[in-house]
Design a protein around this ligand. Structure first.
Ligand code: SF4
Length: 450
């Protein structure tokens, strides 16, 4: 059934081209203990409270992955969202620390629910999903920087992961000690390199306003995240520190003389951060969705992002950040004359090429991330616009060949740089698309000779 965009409830959910579907893993204590700002619950995963909607849904379904995916698919359909292209988001802190049977079993059951059929094993479930009605076009896991060893990365790839989010908070060993993070900055640097080399799209969780910091220090560290080539993430979640009732910080705040940022401070710090973000980075979220009643102190305005972005637009600041430039978040009747920009930058010892298709107002219609180092690796291909059902002809950018344009340009760059082969990390449900472009499966990637 074709879907008219104006019939969709909450269209912003699918405005970036795919339909996100969050599944929550069962509660488990992190190996290192509890970071002092972490809600640290027993009945839900450590970094969440029982009050957020996605967590409540999961709790009601006893964290059963099959039922979570199935229920959510039904709900999305009822709300009018297309469900042909799903981004599976596995929520819950530190997935790689769970026992292996649980990890594999969890992912397999998610695929089974998307496929509408129980498979013998993960390999069969993935194969089926390549041509299923509900295809997993991207998969994201949340993880810690010290759980990104080569072995763990191999496992992430085997499961079909395409995006990894790691908790970075602020890259400072002093702060890490104060907040009991249990890892150091070098772990972030190593994880960043390994994840990018493996082709993942990489997101950092950033936490301004931690004990031991202040707005000046936060901004300095934030700038370093983009100035230093060992960081340079593709995406960010900006989560200013809030004091949750159940977090160790609720008890420690007094003795630490700690106060979280006020709304005004948060707004100022975040606005300044927006201006530091280069064109290759996207702000995924701003502010954790902790309900008011779970907080002792800290920001309660969940929608502060809107104010910050309106403020920046009104002041006519030049924003490079991806999301604010995406076609879906900008006025209709845009100029459709499109051109390709290529931004080259160094990151973790490799060359990154950020290809973007924009119009003359710098509105973004599609992007591709190519990394050249040991191999030529496409880490992301994304064409923006409202998600459409598979096979539906779009008036907007998604099905008009922008993806092919970006892929051809990436292949050209790899060839010019003397690479004989190019790889792409592919969501299981996008493999068919790459096959049409001449790529073959070389587990876990799709590959093409140049
Ligand atoms: S690593 Fe994440 S989930 Fe684990 S204690 Fe720290 S904040 Fe909580």
């Amino acid at each position: 059934m074709k879907q008219k965009i104006n019939q969709i409830r909450k269209p912003v959910r699918t405005i970036s081209g795919v339909t996100p579907l969050a599944v929550v893993i069962k509660p488990r204590k992190c190996n290192h203990g509890t970071c002092i700002y972490c809600p640290g619950g027993d009945v839900v995963p450590q970094s969440y409270t029982t009050k957020s909607p996605a967590i409540m849904r999961a709790l009601n379904l006893a964290f059963d992955p099959y039922r979570q995916v199935k229920t959510r698919l039904d709900m999305l359909k009822t709300m009018g969202h297309p469900t042909g292209k799903i981004e599976l988001i596995i929520l819950g802190g530190t997935f790689m620390q769970y026992n292996l049977d649980y990890q594999y079993g969890f992912v397999k059951k998610c695929f089974d629910a998307l496929n509408g059929k129980n498979s013998k094993n993960l390999a069969e479930a993935k194969k089926l999903n390549e041509t299923a009605e509900h295809r997993c076009v991207a998969m994201c896991i949340e993880n810690r920087p010290d759980n990104c060893s080569d072995k763990e990365i191999k496992r992430m790839l085997e499961m079909g992961t395409t995006r990894v989010e790691i908790g970075v908070q602020m890259p400072s060993d002093k702060i890490y000690q104060k907040i009991h993070r249990g890892h150091c900055v070098q772990d972030v640097i190593d994880a960043t390199k390994r994840l990018k080399e493996a082709g993942f799209k990489l997101g950092y969780h950033i936490m301004p306003g931690l004990p031991g910091s202040n707005p000046r220090k936060d901004l300095k560290m934030f700038k370093e995240i983009f100035e230093k080539e060992e960081f340079r993430p593709d995406q960010l979640k900006l989560y200013p520190c809030q004091v949750v009732k159940t977090a160790p910080l609720a008890k420690l705040a007094k003795q630490m003389h700690y106060k979280p940022y006020t709304e005004k401070q948060t707004s100022e710090v975040l606005s300044k951060m927006y201006l530091e973000i280069p064109p290759y980075c996207r702000i995924m979220r701003v502010i954790r969705e902790f309900p008011k009643e779970t907080l002792v102190d800290g920001l309660t305005r969940l929608d502060l992002r809107k104010d910050i972005e309106i403020g920046l637009r009104n002041k006519k600041f030049k924003i490079n950040e991806i999301r604010m430039r995406e076609v879906g978040f900008n006025p209709k009747n845009l100029n459709q004359e499109l051109k390709l920009n290529v931004l080259k930058y160094k990151a973790s010892g490799g060359d990154e090429f950020f290809l973007e298709i924009v119009n003359k107002e710098n509105i973004l219609f599609g992007l591709l991330r190519l990394r050249l180092n040991k191999v030529a690796m496409i880490r992301e291909l994304h064409v923006y616009g409202q998600a459409l059902e598979l096979g539906a002809k779009g008036k907007i950018s998604q099905h008009k060949g922008l993806g092919k344009w970006l892929m051809e340009e990436a292949e050209k760059i790899a060839k010019q740089n003397k690479y004989k082969k190019i790889y792409v990390i592919s969501g299981i449900g996008v493999r068919e698309y790459y096959r049409k472009l001449g790529y073959k499966l070389e587990e876990p990637y799709m590959a093409k000779k140049l």
